[in-house]
Structure formats: C-alpha cells, structure tokens
Write a protein that binds this ligand. Structure first.
Ligand SMILES: [Zn+2]
Length: 374
C-alpha cells in the first residue's frame, strides 16, 4: 500500500502505519501559524478498512473528507464520524487503482480545463493570460459576456487569493455558466456585462497544494498596498486598478472560511469599511431571488469592525490592503465585496460542485437586479 501527494494540489506528510491505523498530518510549508489543507491518495488498499488519524489538529471538515474514485474528477463527502474532526475511517472498495481524499472537492487546473473545454467554441468566452506566475505558470484571465466595448457594466471576479479555498471556484463556474447560457439571464449578461475572471490568484499555490492562507511574509490577499510581492497581484493592480486604466465597477473576491462550526457553515458576505449598505441591499436581493439549494441568511454576514472587534478590521488584516479594501474608495465603483463559501455545509445543506454552481447562478441574478435597480 502507498500513500502520497505527488500530484497537482497534493499535500500530506505521512508519518507511520500501525496495522490498519495510518498516522499523517497536513504540510504547512510557509504558513505562519496553523492551517488545515491536505489532499492525498492511497493505492493498493483494495478491500481493506483503514483509519486515518491526523496528528496536527482538527483538519476534517463539517462533512468529513471529500473522496474521489476517479483521480479527482468527481467527489463525494464521506460524512463525519461521531463529530470527530481529526480522523476518519474508510472501507476501500475491492477494486480500483486509487482513492483520493481531500479536505474539500479539489479544484485545480484539471477542473478549469474541463470547464473551458466544454465551452471551447463559445464566442462569449475567451481564455487569455493575466501574467506568468513566479514559477512560470500561465495565470488564466477569462473574458466573458460583451467584449466589443459596448458593455454597461464591467465585472472583475477572482478566487484563490488563498490557495486552499477550492469550493469558491465552483461558485465562479456557476456565474460563468450563467453568462454562456441560452436563456434570458445569459442574454442580459452578454448584452450588458463585460466579465473578467481570474480563477486562480495564487496559481503556484493552487497547483502545488499549498495552504496559501497566511503565507509568509504575507499572503496574496494582503498584497494590494504598496509594492506587491506576487506577479498575479501586480498584474491585477496594473491592468484593472491603476489610475488611467478602465476600472471594473463590480469587484468580487471569493473565499472559503473555517472548515466547521456554526459561523462558518454558511454562505456570507464580508463587508469592508465602505460597503455595508450595498452588502445589505445585495443580501436582501440574494435572499429573495435564490432558487439553488444552498441557504443564505443576511444575518450571517460579517460587518467591518472597529479595533479589537474580530478579524474583519484593519488590525485584523495587519494594516494591509486587500483586494476588497483597495478599491473601496474609488469614485463610481458600484460594488466591492468578498463572499465566503462554506467548504462543506451551509445551514445543514451540503456544499458540492453542483450546489455551489447553483449559488453562482443565483449570484448572477442578484447582481443583475442590484445593478439595474440601483
Ligand atoms: Zn480566503
């Protein structure tokens, strides 16, 4: 039997095996402090039942591990065992080359390529390059909707400032699908909206399976003030945030919160220092138009705090500008926001590729009403 993480997005430190018990832990790499991302595969365990015990804290989320029998193409939640967040037990099927286990439903280059291939000949979607990452990877910039300069609204949607927060990408897919759909909402988007999407703000971190959150000396989301460290952030600032360029008027950043607990098993907006009123209006619309399975309750939103009042305040960000704080003082910006998408569970409803995509469609509907009624 072998256990490894030698594939895109992989992250594990194997420690020991004693009979049917396997001891392992997540690899923090350059994370300041503790974080919880892991993704590994097991080969040669057909027919066995193994217990996986993590040795560095509670890293199993609200619905247990995500399990894939097809090398990460499709995932299911295994379920949580007696409220245990540091271990799980798995009965391997009698056949099958390998089984993969991950904190969430891994979303990597492979998944994005699958989405892009499915829409390859659609003129309303173009794949472009934002920049090269530090390690030479091409960082995707996707363009959707109206691309002839006649748009009324310009959106910039980004995810994975924190490499491990994969469930956010399924929501982005849902928004992008809305812009390509042959329906009334799709037609509106292609008439009125020029939509720019950066699915992987920390491209290397995503592909290499880094935590990404609280990366030293600071992570990608805290890189917007002053001289930026990361090529992706520099490119976003230069192309979309600098004076003299045509700036987007809707900027949304997609994240995932903590992996379990009442506050984090929800979909919620994180307000900044200027947008509370807009977040309130947006939330009321989302609550009303939502048809997808994931519940949304505006009471779950996190207001921007005063000093000493939780993590969502200037002190909480170490005084650093984030994607959603940097443009909040622009004139004429219609909406800046950060959405947190629970990894596994939203008020008891499973977060999956499918339910997260449905939330994306609900968000596209919400944005339309927000902009047209504003
Ligand atoms: Zn995040």
């Amino acid at each position: 039997m072998t256990i490894d993480a030698d594939f895109p997005g992989g992250n594990i430190i194997f420690q020991s095996q004693e009979g049917d018990a396997v001891y392992l832990r997540q690899d923090p790499r350059d994370t300041e402090g503790w974080w919880f991302y892991w993704y590994f595969r097991v080969r040669g365990a057909e027919g066995r039942e193994l217990r996986f015990q993590f040795t560095d804290g509670n890293v199993v989320g609200a619905r247990g591990p995500a399990v894939s029998l097809d090398k990460g193409l499709t995932w299911e939640w295994l379920g949580l065992e007696d409220d245990t967040h540091d271990a799980f037990t798995y009965a391997f099927p009698p056949e099958g080359e390998e089984v993969r286990f991950c904190l969430g439903m891994a979303y990597l280059q492979q998944e994005l390529d699958k989405f892009l291939a499915a829409h390859e000949n659609d003129p309303a979607l173009r794949r472009d390059v934002l920049c090269k990452s530090r390690k030479g990877r091409e960082v995707e910039l996707l363009r959707l909707g109206r691309m002839d300069g006649g748009e009324e609204y310009r959106w910039l949607l980004v995810a994975r400032h924190h490499a491990c927060e994969m469930m956010a990408n399924y929501v982005l897919e849902g928004i992008m699908e809305s812009a390509l759909a042959q329906d009334e909402l799709g037609a509106w988007l292609r008439e009125k909206v020029y939509c720019l999407v950066v699915p992987f703000m920390d491209k290397d971190g995503v592909e290499e399976g880094d935590q990404g959150k609280n990366r030293r000396p600071w992570d990608h989301n805290r890189d917007y003030g002053g001289r930026s460290l990361y090529p992706e952030v520099r490119a976003v600032k230069r192309r979309f945030m600098a004076r003299g360029v045509q700036r987007p008027d809707v900027l949304l950043d997609f994240h995932c919160p903590w992996i379990y607990g009442p506050q984090d098993e929800a979909i919620f907006w994180v307000a900044n220092d200027t947008n509370q009123e807009k977040i309130d209006r947006l939330s009321a619309i989302l609550q009303r138009v939502r048809t997808g399975p994931l519940p949304f309750d505006p009471n779950d939103n996190v207001p921007f705090g005063e000093k000493g009042n939780g993590w969502n305040c200037w002190e909480g960000y170490g005084g650093k500008e984030t994607f959603a704080l940097a443009p909040s003082h622009w004139r004429n910006v219609k909406l800046v926001g950060s959405l947190e998408v629970a990894y596994a569970n939203a008020h008891g409803v499973p977060v999956t590729a499918e339910s997260a995509r449905a939330l994306g469609r609900d968000l596209a509907l919400t944005l339309r009403e927000f902009l047209e009624s504003g």
